[in-house]
Design a protein around this ligand. Structure first.
Ligand code: ADP
Ligand code: ZN
Length: 226
């Protein structure tokens, strides 16, 4: 299965990606996680992208597209499939991605567009917590960890992303409206867009998606139990 998740910040792409990854056994490629990992390790790339990520702006297209191109060198992607989360985010990235996917002959099955209300976005992002070690996602009210401040999966420390403050969230939403929404139309025209309700509870939405994939004959029901 080959998927792209599209949607505003806080639409639930990361949460949905992590749920689907388990069921579909695909390679989850999260651009935000990759960039935060580089920043955490203070690599040259991490230093280069920090100012964009922390201010809520976009990292230049060439930089993120290069990262994706490198990831697609991994031969196991052809076997497992992929789930792209946070890429593409601009028309240029979408066009360059098409070239890459055509070259490796791994065209996308669905672009899942998660539509979400703006009040939901603010509520989700201001309460979001992330594990420093494994990048698992939590929410102080909607999805709390069992022990406050500690990751259920790996006991790592939970933190609030510096870009998850109201001012930067507003900026990210504006950047999304300006730069990312045009690619929704791009995929609509190509006929790969699947629009779903991102306000829905994550597990319910996962089940809805799996049902659609099964009905379309995209996944083998004997191997993928709900
Ligand atoms: P969210 O979807 O919650 O806004 P992400 O973790 O996907 O957050 O991304 C965090 C930040 O990383 C973005 O605000 C942006 O600065 C940078 N980033 C992630 N993906 C891209 C991309 N495809 N193009 C440019 N910048 C990106
Ligand atoms: Zn963890």
């Amino acid at each position: 299965m080959r998927l792209i998740l599209l949607g505003a910040p806080g639409a639930g792409k990361g949460t949905q990606a992590k749920l689907l990854e388990k069921q579909l056994h695909v390679k989850h490629i999260s651009m935000g996680d990759i960039l935060r990992e580089e920043m955490k390790n203070n690599t040259a790339l991490g230093q280069e992208v920090k100012k964009y990520v922390e201010s809520g702006g976009l990292v230049p297209d060439e930089v993120v597209t290069k990262i994706i191109e490198n990831r697609f060198q991994d031969p196991s992607i052809a076997q497992a499939g992929y789930l792209l989360d946070g890429f593409p985010r601009t028309a240029k990235q979408a066009e360059d991605l098409d070239v890459i996917l055509t070259r490796i002959n791994q065209p996308v099955d669905y672009v899942v567009y998660m539509e979400v209300d703006s009040e939901v976005v603010i509520q989700r992002l201001t309460g979001r917590r992330v594990c420093r070690s494994c990048a698992a996602l939590y929410h102080v009210k909607n999805m709390p960890s069992k022990q406050e401040g500690i990751c259920d999966a790996c006991q790592g420390e939970l933190y609030q992303r510096p870009d998850d403050n109201e001012e930067t969230i507003r900026k990210r939403i504006n950047v999304y409206l300006e730069s990312t929404t045009p690619i929704i139309d791009y995929y609509k025209k190509k006929g790969t867009l699947l629009t779903v309700d991102g306000n829905t509870d994550a597990e319910k939405l996962r089940d809805e998606l799996l049902t659609i994939f099964k009905e379309d004959g995209k996944i083998d029901t004997s191997k993928n139990k709900k």
